[in-house]
Design a protein around this ligand. Structure first.
Ligand code: ZN
Length: 227
């Protein structure tokens, strides 16, 4: 078996981007995600030789086939969200994914997304609280093209510390009482009164005396008594 020919093909049908996978035997590998309009993306995986270091100058090398590596990577990504999760990555049996393989993967991915949406629906029915809907569930609904009342990542409102009216998190100025809640942000957008804006900008620290002589050298003969 030549190293050159030992290639397995990882197929990804989901647009989700994954951080590169790390393995001691090949370093880092990024699983490609399809661009908009692409039905899938391919990432070729090569076989490797790994080394087991037993210490004592005893090192054993072992071959890992491309298929083993590809299966391992697909398993890792697909199981990212629990036991029965599936994220649309599989290993093609041949040199290109067949229509059957693609259809099967699409079905598994849609099923997984539907289960997430069902779980979110249940949660929403119980709590009506968007904070209990996970990002994964929101993405599943978007990928299935579903409109859901819990789809939008609503942030809870804060209370203005000055007038106690409801305000959006992170605002610079209170809409109700005009209190400046975030001076830095307000200054950045020119929302501070002229005097306040000036006070908010710190004057540059004046340079230290340039004429200062370099610190005297430590006498290196100083010898501390040992304990
Ligand atoms: Zn206010």
């Amino acid at each position: 078996m030549s190293q050159q020919n030992d290639v397995a093909l990882l197929v990804n049908i989901s647009p989700e981007k994954w951080p590169p996978r790390q393995r001691t035997y090949f370093g880092s590998l990024e699983i490609r995600a399809p661009q908009p309009g692409e039905p899938y993306a391919l990432t070729p995986v090569r076989g490797c030789t790994g080394f087991l270091d037993f210490g004592d100058k005893r090192v054993m090398d072992y071959k890992i086939t491309a298929r083993e590596i590809a299966d391992d990577l697909a398993r890792e990504i697909n199981s990212d969200s629990g036991d029965a999760s599936f994220h649309g990555v599989f290993v093609a049996a041949g040199e290109t994914p067949t229509p059957e393989e693609l259809r099967d993967a699409r079905e598994r991915l849609d099923n997984f997304h539907r289960r997430l949406v069902d779980a979110a629906d249940l949660e929403w029915e119980r709590t009506k609280n968007p904070l209990f809907i996970t990002d994964l569930e929101r993405r599943a609904a978007r990928l299935l093209g579903l409109e859901k009342p819990w789809l939008y990542n609503a942030k809870p409102l804060d209370d203005c510390p000055v007038c106690a009216e409801k305000i959006k998190p992170g605002v610079a100025v209170c809409k109700s009482c005009r209190a400046i809640l975030n001076p830095e942000k307000a200054a950045q957008y020119g929302l501070l009164p002229a005097g306040a804006a000036h006070a908010a900008t710190q004057p540059a620290t004046p340079a230290q005396h340039a004429t200062n002589p370099a610190p005297p050298k430590k006498p290196h003969s100083t010898h501390e008594a040992g304990k």
